[in-house]
Design a protein around this ligand. Structure first.
Ligand code: UN1
Length: 494
């Protein structure tokens, strides 16, 4: 049994309470990865106090030099990619090909951050008065609290921490209690690469305890959260009351639309990957399939046949397509939605039960599940499930498909399969999502592009790409008047 620790004030330490929680492999619950500190507000307070000192030291390092450190982080992640992928699959369950992709997303984010060290641009613009300069530039903000989910154990913590650090902030990680090992290794890597030892802190524990203490701490002016819309609302209330800067990435109910003129082979591969990749546990997962009348029946037949052939199992074994869901509650939640679908009269085309037999009995496996005959407004069509359940909705034309796509409270990603270029561009304009893919599935965002959603998926910020650097820095404006006399803006020249 391995006991893992927090990283607080430059030391690896147990929680002050001495309490622990266990981390087990979701594909084989007898496989205990280790015990992690079940920390308290006390631990958070010490981490934040140290992070404030770390901020003072780290912001004094020039941004290009901070970029050099982030580039070294990318090098170390590259060297340790295989080892990380293995430990991530062990604690999270998705197949190795996917955890390798997750690490690669971290590597891409690190190298992108490296380049941003020399590109934290401000603007210099003409003043309305002579002999006066007007310019804007960026300053770091302070201690950033980063609350991260289980489904991308590495990529999402890197999306948040790398730009935060590059901008000169310090960070306190609160990783999901299902995947604490991955962030522990990430912290080791940040330190090895040369991040100031107090600019990064790691406090393990539960959302209600550690997460709540971090979010409500008066000396943490920035919070970034990825997780459920329900938790995001609670965090939003606290941050609103305390005037904190907050980035929220929350639920999705993403749809793939397949029109009669689509390449059906391509659309089939897309929906299998979008709906059942990561066992449906992505914010970007395809959970609705909107099929036009003309292809509905034959596409559904092919899809059901292909979905029932997906190979479930331990993601660390070769040939596995779909891993387990993350834990018992998640499995129970998926079962509840299957009951909801049945009760609503939706027709179960495949799946609908736990996957059992042999090694599958050791973990939290659920069959890839497809409901057909789902109507707009049904709960299966409206609510995020975060598991391997796909709802199929029949429509008569593109207009109806777009209306169905937009008829949910979420707005992360959408996908349209068509060969009609006019409809493709209409979709980009008319689908109410932060990301729309044409002839590609609802998943597959790239690290150098802004990532996020509209409506109740987010609160207007974006991760990734250039935009996230606005979130982690404050704009400062400077005027230098070298005229030697009082010049009155808005008055003297008008
Ligand atoms: C998420 O779904 O939580 O686009 C993040 C994708 C990944 C990131 C997803 N690159 O599916």
């Amino acid at each position: 049994m391995t006991d893992f620790q927090n990283y607080i004030a430059g030391q690896w330490v147990a929680s002050s309470s001495g309490a622990w929680f266990e981390n087990r492999n979701p594909a084989d619950t007898s496989d205990l990865i280790g015990r992690f500190p079940r920390s308290s507000a006390d631990d958070v307070n010490r981490a934040v106090a140290s992070a404030a000192k770390g901020f003072a030291a780290w912001k004094a390092v020039p941004a290009p030099a901070r970029g050099d450190v982030l580039r070294r982080v990318g090098d170390i992640l590259t060297a340790r990619k295989e080892e990380l992928a293995d430990l991530m699959t062990r604690e999270m369950g998705k197949p190795l090909a996917e955890t390798r992709g997750d690490v690669q997303e971290g590597i891409d984010t690190a190298y992108y951050a490296g380049t941003m060290g020399r590109q934290l641009f401000g603007k210099t613009v003409p003043s309305e008065l002579n002999n006066k300069w007007a310019m804007s530039f960026r300053r770091p903000i302070g201690v950033c609290g980063l609350v991260t989910p289980f489904n991308f154990p590495l990529a999402i913590p890197t999306w948040k921490s790398f730009p935060a650090l590059l901008c000169g902030n310090s960070v306190v990680f609160k990783p999901a209690e299902d995947v604490p090992h991955t962030v522990a290794v990430l912290v080791e890597i940040l330190l090895e690469a040369g991040v100031h030892p107090e600019a990064v802190q790691l406090v393990h524990g539960l959302g209600e305890e550690v997460g709540a203490a971090l979010v409500s701490h008066p000396d943490v002016p920035v919070i970034s959260f990825t997780g459920s819309t329900a938790t995001g609302s609670i965090i939003g209330e606290t941050c609103g009351r305390m005037h904190k800067r907050l980035s929220l990435e929350m639920g999705g109910k993403n749809a793939q639309i397949v029109l009669d003129d689509a390449n059906l082979d391509l659309a089939l591969e897309g929906v299998l990957w979008g709906a059942f990749g990561t066992t449906g546990q992505r914010c970007t997962a395809t959970s609705r399939l909107i099929l036009q009348d003309g292809i509905h029946d034959r596409f559904l037949d092919r899809l059901v046949a292909a979905a029932s052939k997906l190979r479930l199992g331990d993601g660390r074994q070769a040939g596995i397509d779909v891993g387990p869901v993350i834990h018992a509650e998640s499995l129970a939640n998926v079962e509840r939605y299957v009951d909801i679908g049945r009760a609503a009269g939706n027709s179960l085309s495949t799946g609908g039960a736990r996957a059992t037999g042999g090694d599958l009995d050791k973990g939290w496996f659920f069959q890839p599940t497809i409901f057909a005959g789902v109507k707009q407004g049904d709960r299966l069509e409206q609510e995020e499930i975060f598991g391997p359940v796909l709802s199929v909705i029949r429509v008569s034309d593109a207009d109806e498909a777009f209306r169905v796509n937009n008829g949910v409270k979420y707005g992360l990603s959408s996908s349209l399969y068509t060969s009609n270029v006019n409809l493709a561009f209409r979709a980009l304009n008319e689908l109410d999502n932060g990301i729309t893919y044409v002839n590609a599935p609802t998943i597959g965002a790239e690290a150098h592009m802004p990532f996020g959603g509209v409506k109740q998926t987010g609160n207007g910020h974006r991760e990734g790409g250039w935009e996230v650097y606005d979130f982690y820095s404050e704009t400062k404006v400077g005027y230098v008047d070298y005229s030697g006399r009082l010049q009155r803006a808005q008055i003297d020249n008008y």
